[in-house]
Structure formats: C-alpha cells, structure tokens
Design a protein around this ligand. Structure first.
Ligand SMILES: [Zn+2]
Ligand SMILES: [Zn+2]
Length: 516
C-alpha cells in the first residue's frame, strides 16, 4: 500500500464475490510550485515533487481581490515538472493553485501580469468612461459596458453622483458584498442567493471529509458556481426516505455543510424555510452515518438507534453523535454530479413574462413605469416588465422606432451569435444559464424578438469583459466587427436602455455564478 503510485487507494474486503469499500487510503503528494512565468498567452510552470503520484489534479489560476471562480487551466492525472499551457489572463495579481478533489495541495507565490498596450488585440481600451448623464458617445458606452470585472470591482467604494443605472448594476453584481458577507461567520454568510437555474444543470455531490460519506445535494438557491447554497438532500432511513434541509458555504477553500430536519413535512421549497424551526441532524462519530432525529432530546430517540451506534465503546450519547446542523457542521468537498439533471424549483420563467409585449401593444396591459431595482430582482418579472414597457413606449416615437427596426434587421448576425454561443457553452459555463433564459423567451413576431437580440448583445459585451482575448475570434466567426457592435450597442442604449440594463445584469450574473 505504501508503494502505491495513486493518491487514493481503495481498501476493501471481498465477501462472497462482492467487494465492500472500507476506506480510502489517502497519500498527500508533496508538490511545490517553484516558478510561474506568463508571456501572453503562454503560462509556463515549474514544479518540484517527490515521488509523483497519479491522481486527479486541477490546475487553476486565482485572481487576487476577485470574487469570481478561479480559472481552470487543465486537469491532469500526473504532473510534469515542466509544463506550459495557453491561457488568456488580463492584468492583475494572481496565484496558481493545484487542487485534488477540491483540496488545494500546492500554491504558488503571488505573481503579477502587466499588459502593455502593444499586447492588446483591440483598438478600444477597456477603461470605464463614467457617464453621468444620458450623453455618451457610442465609443464610451461600448467601452464601459465591455470593461473587465476588475474595472468594476475597483469602482465598488466610489460614490459617483448620477451614474447611469446600467453601470450601477455592473458595479453591484461585481461587489462581493451584494451576495455574501465575507466578514461574517459561515452560518451568517448569505446576503442574497440566486435561483439554482442560474448556477447549475446538475445536482451536487458533497463528500464528507470524515469517513467519506457521499451526500446527494439538490441546490435550490446558490452562488458562485455552487460554492454556497441552500437546498435539500435525499436521505434513506430505516423508517423510509426523507428530504433533509441542507445549507453550505465555502471560505478559503473549506466547505462547511449543515444538515437539518425541516419543520414542515410536505415542503418543496427548502431554501425558504426558517432554520430556527428545524432540528439539527447528527453524525455518528464512528461509522459516519447521518441520523435525522425525531426529537431534540436524546432520551426520546429510538433505543435501537442508540444501540446500533454503540460500536463497542463506552461513550455518552452526546459524544457519540455530533450535531451537524447547529453547533457543528460537516466538512465536505462539493462536486457537480453529472449523471443526472437537476429539476429547478424556480425557472427562468419567473423573471420574464412572455405575453406582456403583445398585450401591452394591444393596450390590454398597463405599462409598468419607474426605476428597476439595483441589483435587479432575480426572482421576479417586475423589472422585466418595466424594461419592456419602456421599449414599447419608445417604439411609438419615430426615431426610436427606426433604431429598434435596425436592431431587428440584423437577424443574420443574431443567428450567427446564437450559434457561436452554443458552441462555446461547453467551454464557457455562463452560456449554459444564458440559454436556459434565452430559450424561455417566446417570439411570436419580429418585434417580440428584441429582448432576445438585446440579451445576445449583452452576452457579447460581457464576454469581451471576461474573455477579452477570445472576443476577436467570436467577432470573426460571427462575420462581424467591432465597429458594428459599437453601433448596435449605441442603438440599444438609446432606444431600449432599460432592456439593455436588464440584459447586462443577467449576462454579468452568468459570467460570475454559472457552473454548468
Ligand atoms: Zn476533482
Ligand atoms: Zn455508528
């Protein structure tokens, strides 16, 4: 066993031809990252390792002071001492991490990437031009809406009077404190969670670090690709299956998970339940089995449960069963469980209203006026209706009608962009949630297609912000150029600014939070 070349070596016993896994013997490989060099687009990595082990290593780049997910470079079964990969990174400070099953096993020193102008592919800089009034040049608004997330993160604490609401949405989405309270303890960590359709196409599997129990978790609300969330877990007990309430959160690569018995029996929306009304679950410290108590007091537990977990030891029940819902938590690593698709408890239909455009045009519905929320409410269609109302009302003015017709007229380009995005969706996870929303928008006529066009445009602009180096390729593949995008952005910002704001919000959300 000691000589195994694998990190995880399964130890099992075989009884009547069936092998039972007893435990996994884990060796920790000693790896140091000696050097990281970056010469766009090439990153070269020098490692030092004793007895290289076979495992499943993820190499990822973490940008310092950035709340989003680290950028995956590669997954390897063995690590070579000298490697290089192609990856696009913008300027900033980074560290390279090597993880194994979500555990960071090596970290590099901090390194800085400085990108000089001559290295830029594109003519227009990524600066944000702060537009305080409605007067902005096509160039300024395009550069602002396609600026990097770092540029927006830097504006977080700057007070700017009269800033365009669309730019305030971008600042808000890029501000970590909109979503979580990083200073708080893990159990008071959430500010605002997003519906699971934004995050993932699959359920999660949470593996406990103690005794390797695999928990089948269905997120209902979540953040940052699944690093944090709430939902339920399907558990089977002697007296039948039960759905347990689950909440989890990640801080500095450590994920803690809480398990509780929901107070209400027939609930579907576990994410909305009040935690103070729940009983914590327990974990047997010897065998790792999860116990969903029927009563708070151990005296009221089934004697059989207590007997079954004596494990020939003389411990008090308080020591035998660890509270994993209240006092303590489970340390887990979370993975996507790609063998099945998740059924979302909220769908993208909850943030749109398909019939609204035509009913509004026919006068069957009242226009919704007023400002949209900042950030836009991710669980209601109210902001969408405000955006659509503005678009329909602008359409009745001659010059805006012409603008909107120009946008509709680009159907060739929209079709090509849709195709490009669908090809990218296996590589850039944001496009998966984008398509979940995009496909919900029904288009009975050309006019009703405008929200889809604007959403495509918003994804294109934020794609530039998040993947500046790949942006040029997508323009080439779609048979268009930057000048055209500048022009379309300006048309949209003048004739349906609120729809643009709504779309940019969702695009930015997808780039930060979507895992699959
Ligand atoms: Zn893994
Ligand atoms: Zn036990």
């Amino acid at each position: 066993m000691r000589k195994s070349k694998f990190i995880d070596t399964e130890i099992g016993i075989t009884i009547r031809g069936q092998t039972w896994r007893l435990f996994t013997y884990k060796k920790f490989p000693k790896i140091i990252i000696k050097e990281v060099k970056y010469q766009r687009p090439n990153i070269s990595i020098t490692l030092g390792q004793q007895n290289p082990l076979v495992g499943s290593y993820h190499l990822q780049i973490r940008k310092l002071d950035y709340s989003g997910r680290p950028t995956e470079i590669s997954t390897e079964t063995t690590l070579r001492n000298e490697t290089s990969y192609d990856i696009d990174l913008d300027h900033g400070q980074y560290i390279l991490e090597i993880t194994h099953h979500d555990e960071v096993i090596a970290k590099s020193n901090k390194f800085e990437i400085i990108i000089t102008d001559s290295q830029e592919h594109l003519s227009i800089s990524e600066d944000i031009f702060i537009s305080k009034t409605d007067e902005f040049s096509p160039h300024e608004i395009y550069a602002s809406l396609s600026a990097t997330p770092t540029a927006y993160q830097e504006l977080r604490n700057t007070k700017i009077e009269g800033l365009l609401p669309i730019l305030r949405q971008l600042i808000k989405v890029n501000d970590l404190s909109t979503w979580i309270k990083p200073e708080e303890k893990l159990d008071e960590f959430f500010n605002q969670l997003l519906p699971s359709w934004v995050i993932t196409a699959y359920p999660f599997s949470a593996i406990t670090k103690k005794l390797w129990k695999n928990l089948h978790v269905f997120p209902q609300k979540s953040l940052y690709g699944g690093e944090h969330g709430k939902g339920f877990m399907k558990a089977k007990f002697a007296n039948g299956p039960i759905n347990l309430y689950v909440a989890w959160s990640t801080k500095q690569d450590k994920t803690q998970l809480w398990l509780m018995v929901p107070g209400e029996k027939d609930t579907i929306r576990f994410c909305d339940l009040e935690e103070t009304l729940m009983l914590p679950c327990y974990q047997c410290i010897d065998c790792g089995e999860i116990i969903a108590p029927i009563a708070m007091n151990f005296d009221n537990w089934a004697p059989k449960t207590i007997m079954d977990h004596k494990h020939k030891k003389h411990r008090s029940v308080h020591k035998q069963f660890a509270d994993v819902g209240n006092v303590e938590s489970l340390q887990v690593e979370i993975h996507q469980y790609r063998d099945e698709k998740i059924e979302h408890c909220d769908s993208p239909f909850s943030v749109i209203e398909n019939g609204f455009i035509s009913e509004l045009a026919k006068g069957k519905q009242q226009a919704e006026t007023g400002e949209m929320e900042i950030p836009i409410n991710p669980e209601s269609a109210e902001d969408y209706k405000i955006a659509i109302s503005e678009m329909v009302s602008k359409y009745s003015e001659k010059n805006y009608e012409l603008n909107l017709k120009q946008l509709i007229g680009k159907h060739e380009l929209w079709k090509k962009l849709e195709l490009e995005f669908s090809e990218l969706s296996s590589k850039v996870s944001a496009f998966n949630a984008f398509f979940r929303l995009y496909q919900c928008l029904k288009v009975p006529n050309a006019f009703a297609a405008i929200p889809k066009h604007i959403l495509l445009l918003a994804m294109l602009l934020r794609y530039k912000g998040h993947h500046p180096q790949d942006y040029k390729f997508i323009l080439d593949n779609a048979g268009t150029d930057e000048r055209t995008v500048v022009k379309l952005t300006h048309l949209a910002m003048t004739s349906c600014p609120k729809l643009m704001e709504w779309s940019i919000f969702w695009a930015e959300i997808f780039f930060h939070h979507t895992a699959s």
